[in-house]
Ligand binder design. Structure first.
Ligand code: SF4
Length: 249
């Protein structure tokens, strides 16, 4: 995945991804920089899948992303559909919008426009002040039940929940267990939601990055295997992760 920031600002990176035809790259975008040049790259390289960031309906999307953004995203969706472009939507799920974004109405709006994939990214706080926005047990149970309902009755759209689906996938997948994250400066991090790094891929190979002291310690000390309640395991253990990075453990 190319997530961002805004990947459309790096057409060189997108072109490089497009040239690797045997790998599918979901590319997350807010839609503001999706220019004709981007369109041409996506038309040519169908292994690139645009994933549009949307917050729900017009009010929620325009409030968070700026006036007019909801309309802009719908235009892009219609344009993708007209071009036969497979595309998805990415939704940050909070305590405020979880009912709206899992509703039949919202999903039907997307599916009717040809959207084939919805990635629910549950809001993971970066500090204690943001915790009231993060879905708790009650909200996560609601989301999980709704998603399972939709999965059982619709085959025209795929729903993924992150980190919620990890509960049934064997727990936290970060730190090279299933994936890891490279930030915009090259720092290799366990996950975007655990933004700590002790190695940079500008200086090492990917293989070496996966064996960094932090990644090794995460695996050997069992931090990834702790009980998964549906929220972010490494957020709950952020102080331990920080201690590993700082060598204080
Ligand atoms: S760090 Fe959190 S969000 Fe990332 S893979 Fe682990 S549990 Fe999931």
């Amino acid at each position: 995945m190319l997530a961002g920031g805004e990947p459309m600002l790096r057409k060189d990176v997108i072109e490089a991804a497009g040239s690797i035809r045997n790998i599918i790259f979901p590319i997350f975008t807010n839609g503001t920089f999706f220019t004709e040049k981007c369109r041409a790259i996506f038309d040519k390289c169908r292994n690139l899948i645009p994933v549009l960031s949307i917050e729900g309906g017009q009010e929620a999307t325009d409030t968070r992303r700026g006036k007019g953004m909801y309309g802009r995203l719908l235009q892009l969706m219609d344009d993708f559909a007209a071009r036969g472009q497979i595309y998805g939507a990415s939704v940050t799920v909070t305590r405020e919008n979880y009912k709206e974004v899992t509703s039949d109405e919202f999903l039907e709006t997307l599916a009717a426009r040809g959207c084939k994939l919805v990635i629910y990214v549950e809001f993971v706080p970066m500090n204690e002040n943001e915790e009231q926005l993060a879905p708790g047990t009650e909200e996560r149970d609601f989301i999980s039940a709704r998603v399972n309902d939709v999965r059982s009755c619709r085959d025209d759209i795929i729903l993924l929940c992150f980190p919620g689906d990890e509960l049934e996938l064997g727990g936290c997948m970060a730190g090279g267990r299933e994936f890891f994250h490279i930030n915009s400066h090259g720092g290799a991090e366990p996950c975007p939601f655990s933004p700590f790094s002790d190695i940079n891929v500008r200086d090492t190979s990917l293989r070496e990055a996966l064996s960094s002291p932090l990644f090794r310690a995460l695996r050997t000390e069992g931090l990834l295997e702790g009980e998964h309640e549906g929220g972010c395991v490494l957020y709950a253990k952020r102080h331990e992760v920080m201690a590993l990075v700082n060598g204080n453990n």
